[in-house]
Design a protein around this ligand. Structure first.
Ligand SMILES: Nc1ncnc2c1ncn2[C@@H]1O[C@H](COP(=O)(O)OP(=O)(O)O)[C@@H](O)[C@H]1O
Ligand code: SF4
Ligand SMILES: [Mg+2]
Length: 502
């Protein structure tokens, strides 16, 4: 189990009253699966994802109760002590007295969890990118933050003067003319291996593929690339002492943060302060690495650049070098979404939260992004929580589906089972409103009414004002979640209660 959410309640304290955005949400995301989270707009899907990362804007929002466990770590540890609530007389409002010292400690703990592998991608990828930095710069920062020591180490290990490099380079130039893509890649990789630096192989591949260069220019470019990663003894000593310092810092912070995410120990203020200091020092790591003096910086820059090219290749971008050199405004929405996915994957997350990743895109691009997600699932094994209002998207990639309505989970089922045998009237309504390949003659119906205002949610089953099968009991109490088949659960009195068929 990667993520385990139980009875989660998230409220927003607004001037009009308390918005009960999530009211007892429970679900699991298992290792390596894609869980689709579906429901109309305003059902609480985004709030669910943001709660899981504790990114709810506080104020006005606040997780009230429940439990969220990410790979065993309790993300809501000490929640009940963080705030006090007092109703305002003769109004719907509640005043919240927050203890910001405890809240900031919880934020520290969350930074550990984010480091241990939850990433998120958003619906509007453009707004998540900085327009004045190149794609490579932005990806490099993420890479250095997550992989700083590893990158410095690679640069240190490079041996561009290895005797095997010369022959490998000649072999590469020899195949350059007639080799196909795969052969060229293999030869380039052998060249990189000879110099003990994989990113050099990537770079060589793109130099050799450049149609505008003749063979002599290519040879000169390869030689230049080798010179750029060449470190003299002094530089080597300097960089290895830096590496030692950074490693120590990372190690120390990890120890602190690991202890802080464990449930039993209260981290205590002193420990929290030390962890925060270390985190702060590490968060400037990308800048510190860029700041490393003189031309020791150049090999680092080269290494991260070619690593970002590799990342972009990994999300099926056809011309990664040009894209890496470009700026966000030069790319289409689908491209930027790919870049965002690459960035989210740079930390090797075990869980990826994707909030409507395809909603802002054209249909054909949507299909490509979905292909990419499916590919990531099989290739990397990242668990994905895929949020969308579109059941068609869910059908394409999910293993299981969780249907939400007005802040409640109403049905959970394996994807095939849900489409064949939707049990909850809301799920049935959603399915009737999308075209089906297996029955094209079917007329599409929309669900009457709309998602209720969650300051005054309907009593009992929150769906009852819109439900064609509503019974008296539905208005009185909330239906419990019952199991109606292998991994198929539903919250509805049609299946459980006084009137349910035996
Ligand atoms: N910052 C906020 N202040 C007040 N209410 C909010 C805020 N954010 C979300 N909500 C409420 O929470 C509910 C769920 O929202 P959301 O999770 O964004 O829906 P979805 O992603 O399913 O479309 C909505 O009723 C919305 O009005
Ligand atoms: S519990 Fe009642 S109102 Fe709710 S979905 Fe089932 S039948 Fe409809
Ligand atoms: Mg949303």
């Amino acid at each position: 189990m990667v993520l385990r959410v139980r009875d989660l309640r998230t409220y927003f304290f607004t001037y009009d009253g308390v918005v009960k955005a999530l009211d007892g949400v429970s679900f699991d995301v298992r290792k390596g699966e894609v869980l689709g989270l579906v429901g109309e707009t305003g059902c609480g899907k985004s709030v669910t994802a943001l709660s899981a990362l504790r990114l709810i804007a506080d104020p006005p929002g606040r997780i009230m109760s429940g439990s969220i466990r990410f790979r065993g770590a309790n993300l809501l540890f000490g929640l009940e002590r963080e705030a006090r609530f007092r109703p305002v007389k003769k109004s719907n409002r509640v005043t919240v007295k927050r203890k910001f010292r405890l809240i900031s400690r919880a934020q520290e703990r969350m930074s550990a969890v984010r480091g241990r592998g939850i990433s998120m991608i958003f619906q509007e990828p453009t707004s998540a990118m900085n327009p004045i930095f190149s794609i490579a710069d932005q990806l490099s920062e993420a890479l250095l933050l997550h992989r700083g020591p590893e990158i410095v180490e690679e640069v240190l290990q490079a041996r561009p003067d290895d005797p095997a490099v010369g022959p490998a380079m000649e072999a590469l130039l020899a195949v350059a003319r007639e080799a196909d893509r795969a052969q060229l890649r293999a030869a380039a990789e052998r060249f990189g291996e000879a110099a003990h630096l994989t990113s050099l192989g990537t770079q060589a591949f793109y130099i050799l593929r450049d149609p505008l260069m003749d063979l002599d220019t290519k040879r000169a470019e390869l030689a230049k690339a080798l010179r750029r990663v060449h470190l003299n003894a002094l530089q080597r000593r300097y960089l290895s002492s830096e590496l030692h310092r950074i490693r120590l810092l990372v190690e120390l912070r990890n120890v602190f943060l690991r202890e802080m995410t464990e449930e039993k120990v209260d981290p205590g203020p002193l420990r929290a302060i030390r962890a925060r200091r270390l985190s702060l020092r590490l968060s400037v790591l990308p800048f510190a690495l860029w700041g490393i003096r003189g031309h020791v910086r150049k090999p680092l820059k080269e290494e991260t650049f070619w690593r970002t090219v590799r990342l972009l290749e990994g999300v099926s971008i056809a011309n990664p070098v040009q894209v890496a050199r470009g700026y966000p405004h030069e790319l289409s929405g689908g491209m930027i979404q790919r870049v965002m996915i690459a960035m989210a994957l740079s930390s090797d997350p075990s869980l990826l939260l994707a909030d409507e990743p395809t909603t802002a895109l054209d249909v054909t691009i949507q299909a490509q992004i979905l292909d990419l997600m499916r590919d990531l699932k099989t290739r990397i094994g990242t668990a994905i929580l895929l949020i969308t209002h579109d059941l068609g998207v869910i059908a394409e990639v999910s293993d299981r589906v969780c249907v939400m309505y007005a802040g409640n989970v109403v049905e959970v089922a394996p994807v095939r089972d849900l489409y064949r045998r939707p049990l909850h009237p809301y799920t049935q309504g959603l399915l009737n409103s999308i075209p089906r390949m297996d029955d094209p003659t079917k007329t599409l119906e929309s669900i009457p009414g709309s998602v209720p205002n969650l300051i005054y949610p309907p009593s009992g089953c929150r769906f009852h004002p819109r439900c064609p099968h509503a019974m008296p009991v539905c208005k009185e109490s909330r239906p419990p979640m019952t199991t109606e088949g292998e991994g198929h659960t539903v919250a509805c009195y049609l299946y459980h209660g006084p009137l349910a068929p035996a």
